[in-house]
Ligand binder design. Structure first.
Ligand SMILES: *Cc1c(COP(=O)(O)O)cnc(C)c1O
Length: 376
């Protein structure tokens, strides 16, 4: 069976984990966490980076740092992972879902402004498949209405918009290092931002509401409980795994693009015959080959294609059930405007196997099976 995903392994992970253990400090914010943070600061040109236990937790931190009051509204696409919404639900916010663009599956920047009310506080663009949302327009809307922007860049690590790293354009950016993402530590993520005035507040939030980070820097004699907080630090063993991946980020990126380009070329005849849709990358977006998907005619075709591929020994998957149609989505949010594309387009998506250690022979076989399928 050709798996849909396997966690990437580049080579030095075990050496670094051993080193972390020998360093005698397994809890968070040790040498490897520092290396990962500095790598991101430099590579993505961002001032503050906090490694976290997940992107969900990075989103929770961002939501908290937005200073929301219960009943405040947050605008986001309905076509996203549940965590995008959960983080804001935890703050008592109301989720206002808006429609996506059918070409990128990203939030439609032209449908945001109409959804703004006097309770709106935040816009959350999700960079689907590592393809940038139209950030110039989104930032312009946010600035004109005094709103914060939290980028869900879980899939957008090491992808760019007009030369800027995704996650560094809005007020906050949230990354995922889950095993299904381009670079991983098993479970993990990061919060990034540029505003110096938020550094201490973020440190306190991440360190159980204490000023322990300041204490470790020798800026105070003892640390104490100063505010609400939680525990968002990953262990050094996880950070060690991640650092091995970040060091080889280019190699991982190159391999993923090789897979992406192969699928894209091989399947073009199907697209040209009008049988499938292929991913679209707008000008100005430099994607990271996080995902390769095709779009088939409808839900029925998708179900049939996925089971056909399974018979051929290839695991293909779909996602997301639009959040506004889920029980929790109905309770915590509402959809603003018409659902022109969210439901319809989400039912057409088929994701193909894509991971660093995937053999190119398996990529070719997957494409061949798709070319042979007769049910489009
Ligand atoms: C993966 C993902 C998340 C959650 O990431 P975790 O690190 O698993 O918490 C959030 N949003 C999107 C869009 C994702 O793809």
């Amino acid at each position: 069976m050709i798996d849909f995903n396997r966690p990437p392994f580049v080579g030095k992970e075990l050496d670094y984990i051993k080193e972390a253990i020998e360093n005698g400090k397994l809890c968070g914010d040790g040498a490897f966490t520092k290396k990962c943070s500095e790598w991101m600061q430099e590579k993505f040109d961002v001032r503050h980076t906090f490694l976290t236990t997940s992107c969900t937790h990075a989103l929770e931190m961002a939501a908290y740092l937005c200073d929301l009051e219960p009943g405040d509204e947050v605008i986001m696409p309905s076509y996203t992972f549940v965590s995008t919404a959960d983080a804001f639900v935890l703050r008592g916010a109301k989720i206002v879902f808006t429609d996506i663009r059918p070409d990128t599956m990203n939030i439609d920047e032209k449908k945001i402004e109409a959804a703004i009310t006097d309770r709106t506080r935040v816009i959350v663009p999700v960079h689907y498949a590592g393809v940038a949302c139209e950030m110039d327009e989104i930032m312009d809307i946010a600035r004109r209405h005094g709103l914060k922007v939290v980028e869900d860049a879980a899939q957008g690590v090491n992808a760019f918009y007009k030369g800027k790293a995704l996650g560094t354009i809005g007020d906050f950016g949230c990354y995922s290092f889950h095993e299904t993402k381009n670079y991983t530590m098993g479970e993990g993520g990061a919060l990034v931002f540029n505003d110096d005035s938020l550094q201490e507040k973020a440190e306190i939030l991440r360190e159980k509401g204490t000023n322990r980070s300041k204490f470790f820097r020798g800026q105070i004699d003892k640390y104490t409980w100063v505010n609400y907080g939680s525990s968002y630090l990953p262990s050094e063993m996880n950070a060690a795994y991640l650092y091995a991946q970040l060091e080889e980020a280019e190699k991982i990126d190159r391999k993923r693009h090789e897979i992406y380009d192969y699928y894209n070329e091989a399947l073009r005849p199907l697209a040209e015959a009008g049988l499938i849709g292929q991913p679209f990358v707008p000008d100005g977006a430099k994607h990271n080959a996080h995902m390769y998907y095709i779009k088939v005619k409808d839900l029925e075709t998708r179900t049939d294609l996925i089971s056909y591929m399974r018979e051929k020994g290839v695991c293909c998957v779909f996602h997301y059930i639009p959040l506004h149609t889920a029980a929790a989505g109905r309770r915590f949010g509402r959809f603003f405007g018409g659902d022109e594309y969210t439901t319809k387009e989400s039912e057409r998506i088929v994701r193909l196997p894509m991971f660093y250690n995937l053999d190119m022979k398996d990529v070719a076989y997957t494409a061949k099976c798709l070319l042979e399928y007769k049910g489009y």
